[in-house]
Design a protein around this ligand. Structure first.
Ligand SMILES: Cc1ncc(COP(=O)(O)O)c(C=O)c1O
Length: 401
């Protein structure tokens, strides 16, 4: 049998991250590669209690198909959670529960773009967003970032130029808090500017905020959605409960959630009912707030360890900024070493990372890499950075000789 695949496949490429995931579990390899929460943060005992209660009390419904928009009680709990954490005002009907925020990214791309349409992204941006947009044959127009997040002057210029060519971008996709992969946070001033540009040119903003609750230093910055009710906001339980239960959500104007609802009827009918019952209790019992505090304490130490290790081992070889939260540090080498080509040497030396190119919507970032600090222990972080230093040095020497 010859299978004739669709031309959407032309846009899809395998993810280096998925390939690397297998090394994350190998004992001798220190993985800075995954985007994985530390399993020590999984609240297993509390979840066990909740799961037993859910099965005893609501078992028939929790094991049954559910509403496409999501469990009403979970959407009600989320209203309170979003108000308390992000200052977002919304009603349960403004929320649709998704199978992780990854599904939300795919759905939003599919619903707002025709094949060949363009969107604005940060450059670099989340590799899973690149996959979701590629799968819908969407072009990405990356806008560079600096220490304050995406550079809004360049963003406005890009929007203006695309609009003048009759190719208005269909939305602006941003990860304003502790961005994946750079760890940078968009300042409030720039958030306000993004809102102005979006409203002036009539272009929706998609705000993806998986890391917002994982802040280790600095002041909280208000979410873009809390400043403008027309923003499409994406949230997830992956970093504050567990990623394995695959729960995310979209907060958006009703005309958007209604269309997502239609698409979900084709994608999966509804999100996992059992996970939604569990998440409802997880918020209702206040465990989510305890867990966030626990995760922040654990991850702050890991971030500090990685920053110290990088300063000590790579101070002269690389640039990086200290993220106020999230899971990643973006390191750019001062020499001409290509991090993608270096990866195989790094794996042989017992350390992994994701090379910058994986996050490039339009190419580039050959000398950068994303390091995850939430998965390895502090000891492993030091050892991993030391291994990385020696791999970089030997690569740099090869380049010279
Ligand atoms: C920026 C960003 N968006 C979305 C996701 C997807 O998360 P999930 O599908 O687990 O909710 C991730 C996961 O790492 C992410 O970093």
């Amino acid at each position: 049998m010859k299978f004739n695949f669709s031309s959407y496949l032309d846009f899809m490429r395998p993810s280096e991250i998925r390939e690397l995931a297998k090394y994350a579990t190998s004992k001798d390899i220190i993985s800075f590669g995954g985007g994985m929460p530390n399993p020590a943060t999984f609240p297993k005992d509390r979840l066990k209690e909740i799961m037993v209660d859910v099965l005893d009390r609501d078992g028939d419904a929790a094991l049954q198909y559910g509403n496409t928009a999501g469990l009403n009680s979970l959407r009600e709990e989320l209203v309170g959670f979003l108000k308390r954490t992000e200052g977002i005002d919304c009603a349960p009907e403004d929320i649709i529960i998704t199978s992780g925020s990854q599904q939300a990214l795919y759905a939003i791309g599919k619903l707002l773009c025709n094949p060949g349409d363009g969107v604005i992204t940060e450059d670099p941006t989340y590799v899973g967003a690149i996959s979701a947009f590629n799968a819908n044959a969407i072009r990405m127009h990356g806008v560079p970032m600096d220490g304050q997040g995406v550079v809004v002057d360049v963003l406005e210029e890009k929007v203006r130029s695309l609009v003048s060519k009759g190719k208005a971008p269909r939305f602006i996709y941003l990860i304003p808090n502790f961005q994946n992969p750079t760890g940078r946070t968009l300042t409030e001033k720039r958030r306000q500017e993004v809102i102005r540009i979006a409203s002036e040119y009539g272009i929706p903003v998609v705000e993806d905020n998986p890391y917002g609750e994982l802040r280790y230093s600095g002041e909280r910055v208000r979410s873009i959605r809390s400043l403008d009710g027309s923003v499409i906001y994406l949230g997830t339980f992956s970093k504050v409960m567990t990623p394995g239960l695959r729960l995310g959500y979209i907060v958006a104007p009703r005309e958007v959630t209604e269309k997502v609802n239609l698409l979900k009827q084709a994608l999966d009918l509804a999100t996992n009912s059992f996970s939604q019952y569990v998440a409802t209790e997880y918020i209702r019992r206040g465990i989510i707030y305890e867990q966030i505090r626990f995760n922040v304490e654990l991850y702050r130490k890991r971030r500090d360890a990685m920053v110290r290790a990088l300063r000590e081992e790579m101070g002269d070889m690389a640039d990086f900024s200290v993220p106020d939260g999230g899971m990643f540090i973006w390191v750019t080498l001062n020499n001409s070493v290509d991090t993608s080509r270096m990866l195989i040497d790094a794996i042989k030396a017992g350390v992994t990372y994701v090379s910058g190119q994986a996050f490039a919507p339009n190419g580039g970032h050959e000398h950068s890499m994303r390091l995850n600090f939430t998965f390895p222990s502090e000891e492993k972080i030091y050892e991993g950075v030391r291994r990385l230093r020696s791999v970089i040095l030997s690569r740099a020497q090869e380049a010279v000789s």
